[in-house]
Design a protein around this ligand. Structure first.
Ligand code: S3P
Length: 195
């Protein structure tokens, strides 16, 4: 049994299901949010919400088309609105768009219903993961380490301030990352209960 299998077994043994809170995954584009969300969904039978996917479905167009036709501010408004809707849910894992933590009101909304986990990766890893994908308007024409590290640095403070804790994703498998994430999450929940 791998580490995540062990965490799953402990989780069931302690009768924790359904998951005691929502999990908001934040981080830079390509940091692993969608992959980790899918792994958590599988392992803990959670409902998983992909913010970008849901927004694109509702608007009937891709994120790139929303940016091009309606503008970034309009898209940011949709993100804020969606987070407000999600605050009434329990036990969902939300893969947030990379820009979500930049608005303080979004962070406040996430804090009301769940814990916020920052996924981190180096600019080199990010580049490798996003280089063949064309669905991220902010990176089109900027697929290089210098640009990615610049934007990452601009966002770093807000990302870190929003996060309850951080998990590094470079060079690791999804199950290994999920095991660390859930262990830290349960520790934090226990600690909060003890306060
Ligand atoms: C964005 C990240 C994207 C998407 C949009 C803007 C950002 O989501 O919301 O392209 O500002 O970082 P992912 O982080 O899921 O790629």
């Amino acid at each position: 049994m791998d580490e995540l299998g062990q965490v799953q077994a402990d989780f069931c043994m302690h009768g924790m299901a359904p998951f005691p809170c929502n999990i908001f995954l934040i981080g830079f584009m390509g940091s692993g949010k969608s992959t980790i969300s899918a792994c958590l969904r599988e392992a803990f039978s959670l409902e998983a919400i992909e913010m970008d996917q849901l927004i694109a479905e509702r608007e009937g167009k891709s994120i790139s088309d929303i940016f091009a036709q309606d503008g970034e501010e309009y898209f940011r408004g949709l993100e804020t609105q969606l987070l407000v809707e999600l605050q009434d849910k329990q036990g969902v894992v939300v893969s947030c768009g990379g820009g979500v933590p930049m608005r303080e009101e979004n962070v406040a909304t996430m804090n009301k219903s769940g814990l916020v986990v920052l996924l981190k990766a180096t600019p080199e890893t990010i580049l490798e993961r996003v280089k063949d994908n064309h669905s991220r308007p902010l990176l089109e024409g900027h697929k290089d380490v210098a640009y990615i590290s610049g934007l990452m640095e601009k966002r770093r403070q807000k990302y870190e301030a929003a996060a309850d804790f951080t998990v590094v994703t470079d060079g690791r498998g999804a199950r290994d990352i999920c095991a660390e994430l859930v262990k830290k999450l349960l520790e934090l929940i226990k600690q909060k209960e003890g306060d």
